[in-house]
Structure formats: structure tokens, C-alpha cells
Design a protein around this ligand. Structure first.
Ligand SMILES: Nc1ncnc2c1ncn2[C@@H]1O[C@H](COP(=O)(O)OP(=O)(O)OP(=O)(O)O)[C@@H](O)[C@H]1O
Length: 277
């Protein structure tokens, strides 16, 4: 069996005449932190939206392989089954918490499915049967565990909307982890974080991979995060893959430098010399 947890095969996404993603293929290996990078408008979020079921790709296949050996073709599944059955969770570029609910409640909502099953779709919950109490207690314990890991345990009863930006990002990650994903997709997790918060985020992501065996796929603009924690980097430009390798390999790739500096390949050497690379 391949050690790829996710295979993106010939993915194309068109919006009318615009080709946002063009015949893209790459693999994310199990247990790795894989980063998808590229200049603004390169197609990164569109790739994430295809993987997580928010968009149906125009063409291509996205295969998720679970530890137990089950395979899922994500382009054929509705988004709620991608999260629940295929075990792919995501966070968003624009934070999407329930801001009027408490921090703890946000994590309990994420566990709605197992809680509903334990409640026998209401009856055991209404009658307060022990099977429901047990499930509720476990859900609270899991939420408390992730709040502790994300440094939010003291804020459990505060409205999520009262948290500063960095802690809201951490809460989104905690919420995704409460669904026990095998693949966690993070859309710009370091956006808006200060350097100290970025370091804490790096540690949290490493912890998630190390202690929970979760594979991570992230879109990120912050190169300090990408270069520091990624095992594998895929670079997009205008919807097309221009490089794929270790952080060191893509950093040295003239095509990547050209894309980021916005120059033709032929001018890379000249521009590199000018900017001192
Ligand atoms: N729903 C949509 N309808 C039409 N065009 C879209 C849609 N979503 C994305 N696009 C276009 O697809 C292209 C890729 O956008 P996308 O958001 O995937 O890029 P990105 O690499 O994530 O950019 P950024 O780094 O700025 O977030 C852009 O030209 C964008 O305008």
C-alpha cells in the first residue's frame, strides 16, 4: 500500500472561463506536514475547497486512504461525509467560529454526531440515561483536553467572540481535532499571528502530528512556518504545480523564486543577484 494518505490526481477546477486549478497532481504522505504555497490567486484555497467538498472539481480524483485501509474518493462525497466518514477536517482562512457560544460549547458542537448517536437521536438524552451521560462526559473531557493543549482552558466559559485573533485560530484547530481527523487541513493557520503566536502554533502542529499521528496539509503564506515545520512543499502558480519537494529543494528552485518575485524564469539570476539571494 502507498504511504500516501491523500492523492490528488489531475485535479482541474474551472469557474466559467477561469482555470483556477489546472491538472494538478500531488501526494501528501501519512504522518507528514505537507504545505501548499504560492502567490495570491495561485489556486491554493480552491484546492482545499475541492479536497474538503466545498467545491466539486471539474475534473480529477482525490483519494483519501485511512490507516485501516479504507479508501474514499472525496470528489464523490458531500462535505459532511468527508468530515465524518473520510475523517478529513479543516479550518478556514476567515475564522468561522460560533462567536456567541462559549469556547467550550464550540468544541461540544464539533462532537454533535457522536453525542446525537449516544442520545438515541434524543430519547436517551431527554430521559437522561447513563449511556448519554457517559458520552456527554467523554465529549467534555475531550474538549477540555484540546483546550488545555491550545492554552485556552481558562477561557472555556467565555464567548468565543471575546477571544483575540490568535486564540480564535487555536480554537478552530481544537474544534477540528475534536472530530478526530486522520487528515487535518489548515487554511493559513498563521495569518494574523504575531511571531510569538506563530512559534506556539508550530509547536501545537508538531504535537498534533507526533502524539496523535494526524497528517497535516496546510496552505500558508508565512514562510517561517512553512520552512520550519513542513516535510514536503507543493508550489502552485496560476493554478499549475511549478515545484514539489522538501522545503530546501523548493526554496532553491528558480521557478519558485521567479513566481514569488513576479519575473520570468530567464530573469531569475539577475533578480536574485539584485535582492541578494
Ligand atoms: N467561487 C469562485 N468563483 C469564481 N472564481 C473563483 C472562485 N474561487 C476562486 N476563484 C478564482 O480562482 C483563482 C484562485 O483563487 P484561490 O482563492 O484559490 O487562490 P489562493 O491561492 O488561495 O489565493 P490567496 O493566497 O489570495 O488566498 C482566483 O483567480 C480567484 O479569483
Amino acid at each position: 500500500m502507498s504511504d500516501a494518505i491523500l492523492s490528488v490526481e489531475h485535479l482541474t477546477m474551472r469557474f466559467g472561463g477561469l482555470v483556477a486549478v489546472n491538472d494538478l497532481s500531488f501526494e501528501a504522505r501519512r504522518g507528514d506536514i505537507t504545505a501548499v504555497i504560492g502567490p495570491n490567486g495561485a489556486g491554493k484555497t480552491t484546492v482545499f475547497n475541492c479536497i474538503t467538498g466545498f467545491y466539486k472539481p471539474t475534473q480529477g480524483r482525490i483519494v483519501m486512504r485511512q490507516k485501516a485501509g479504507d479508501e474514499f474518493f472525496l470528489e464523490r462525497l458531500p462535505d459532511f461525509r468527508i468530515a465524518r466518514t473520510a475523517k478529513v477536517a479543516r479550518t478556514f482562512q476567515n475564522i468561522r467560529l460560533f462567536s456567541g457560544m462559549t469556547v467550550l460549547e464550540n468544541l461540544l458542537v464539533a462532537q454533535h454526531n457522536p453525542l446525537m448517536a449516544a442520545s438515541g437521536w434524543s430519547i436517551s438524552g431527554i430521559l437522561g440515561l447513563p449511556s448519554y451521560w457517559r458520552a456527554e462526559k467523554q465529549a467534555i473531557q475531550k474538549a477540555a483536553y484540546w483546550l488545555d493543549k491550545c492554552g485556552l482552558i481558562d477561557r472555556a466559559d467565555d464567548p468565543a467572540g471575546d477571544l483575540a485573533y490568535g486564540p480564535q485560530r487555536a480554537l478552530e484547530i481544537a474544534r477540528a481535532m475534536c472530530t478526530e481527523p486522520e487528515l487535518l487541513c489548515l487554511d493559513e493557520p498563521a495569518a494574523g499571528l504575531n511571531p510569538r503566536e506563530s512559534l506556539v502554533l508550530n509547536e501545537l502542529l508538531r504535537f498534533i502530528r507526533r502524539e496523535h499521528g494526524t497528517s497535516l496539509l496546510l496552505i500558508e503564506h508565512d514562510m517561517s512556518v512553512v520552512m520550519e515545520i513542513s516535510d514536503h512543499v507543493v508550489v502552485l502558480d496560476y493554478g499549475t504545480k511549478i515545484s514539489d519537494g522538501t522545503p530546501g529543494q523548493v526554496r532553491e528552485d528558480p521557478k519558485v523564486i521567479a513566481a514569488y518575485l513576479g519575473v520570468d524564469d530567464s530573469e531569475v539570476e539577475k533578480v536574485e543577484a539584485e535582492v541578494g539571494l
